[in-house]
Design a protein around this ligand. Structure first.
Ligand SMILES: *Cc1c(COP(=O)(O)O)cnc(C)c1O
Length: 374
């Protein structure tokens, strides 16, 4: 068996262990501590966000964003359908009602027209949706200009799920800083990792303060542990934040490496009629967290399945595109606006190994296998 090529493995820069050691030496083996503060500062500096709250996961950060925006039982939340379940699950934690929105074919992200159809549908019924969950899938910025226009026009806050998009930008502004709240993930497979962790980004002081309070068990600022609300234990460990500090030093390098991986695939595969990639608009800059492509079944009959088989046989991990939330059994019966764009992306899509440590030999092994599968 040839050596395994993983889809998106962690890639340490070298200094992480120094910061972890520092946590041990100072005995800050706790949620919160100096590394957490420093990591939050580093995230603010890098993204340009005014506030950053490090959390135990990206999912926790999404839940905090909903909580801090006051989303509660029965509220309508529009959510991009083509995404990982963690964009939608926290809507359910709140007892709110997710309404799924189709993708547009260029970026694969939320379709502004379908989103406006949904908003108008609910406004006609006398209900204003309470938030819009916009995702930058595989690092590709969504149509932010159009989505921000809708947000202002109907006065609906945007939560930006930038879990996969740290380092991406739109009109030179970093992903995660457009919405009323943005969230990041540092899970093991993301562009940088803290082994597990996340962050909430916002420019709004009150929202940041509220999120921080709720993430720390809603403890009032008195010595005797007074509680007036239900809180959560969502803070990031100081040990994990140390890993994050090391990873921040190599983040720009990781973005370059992932973009290089994408360029390799593009050069080798773009001439095959029927293969197309996620499209970067002129003003968008993707971290290319994962290279994802579409295989047109009318032109390349059976190729997608053959690729999955042949790559697996060569010990290369590839993955289908996320199954849209409106097609998931757990969300059966929820409302969906749009047509079949997300469904087709799912049926025809494939994600290729995109790790930042891939060697040119490994990249050739992958594209070699793909070209032989035609
Ligand atoms: C990874 C991911 C999350 C959740 O992050 P965790 O840190 O794993 O909880 C949310 N949304 C998207 C789109 C993701 O890819």
């Amino acid at each position: 068996m040839k050596p395994k090529i993983w889809l998106s493995p962690p890639h340490m820069g070298g200094s992480e262990v120094h910061y972890v050691q520092e946590a041990f030496e100072s005995n800050y083996i706790a949620p919160t501590g100096p590394s957490v503060d420093a990591f939050e500062d580093a995230l603010c500096k890098y993204t340009g966000s005014r506030y950053a709250i490090a959390t135990s996961s990206g999912t926790a950060a999404i839940h905090l964003a909903l909580l801090a925006l006051g989303i509660t039982r029965g509220d309508i939340v529009l959510c991009q359908s083509l995404t990982f379940c963690a964009s939608a699950n926290p809507i359910m934690y709140q007892g709110a009602v997710p309404v799924f929105i189709d993708s547009e074919p260029a970026s694969w992200n939320i379709c502004p027209n379908a989103a406006e159809d949904a908003i108008l549908y609910y406004i006609r019924k006398g209900i204003v949706p309470k938030a819009i969950m916009v995702v930058h899938l595989y690092g590709m910025p969504a149509c932010m200009q159009e989505m921000l226009y809708l947000s202002r026009k109907y006065n609906i806050p945007i939560i930006e799920d930038a879990a996969e998009a740290l380092g991406s930008a739109f009109q030179e502004k970093k992903a995660g800083t457009f919405g009323d709240a943005g969230i990041l993930s540092f899970n093991g497979n993301k562009i940088i990792t803290t082994s597990g962790g996340g962050a909430l980004l916002t420019d709004r002081a009150a929202l940041a303060e509220r999120a921080r309070y709720l993430a720390s068990q809603a403890r009032e600022n008195v010595a005797h542990y007074e509680h007036r609300e239900i809180g959560y234990n969502y803070r990031l460990s100081n040990v994990c934040a140390g890993i994050g500090l090391g990873q921040m030093k190599v983040l720009d390098q990781r973005v370059q490496q992932r973009r290089h991986v994408f360029m390799h695939y593009k050069q080798k595969l773009e001439n095959i009629t029927g293969i197309s990639f996620q499209h970067e608009q002129d003003t968008a800059y993707s971290n290319r967290w994962l290279t994802a492509l579409q295989i047109d079944p009318a032109m390349l009959l059976g190729l997608r399945l053959r690729l999955f088989e042949n790559l697996a046989a060569e010990n290369i991990e590839a993955r289908p595109v996320w199954k849209p939330m409106h097609m998931q059994p757990v969300f059966q019966g929820t409302q969906f606006f749009g047509s079949d764009v997300a469904q087709r992306l799912y049926k025809n899509g494939i994600c290729l190994p995109s790790g930042s440590a891939l060697t040119s030999g490994e990249l050739d092994r992958i594209t070699g296998c793909m070209l032989r599968s035609q």
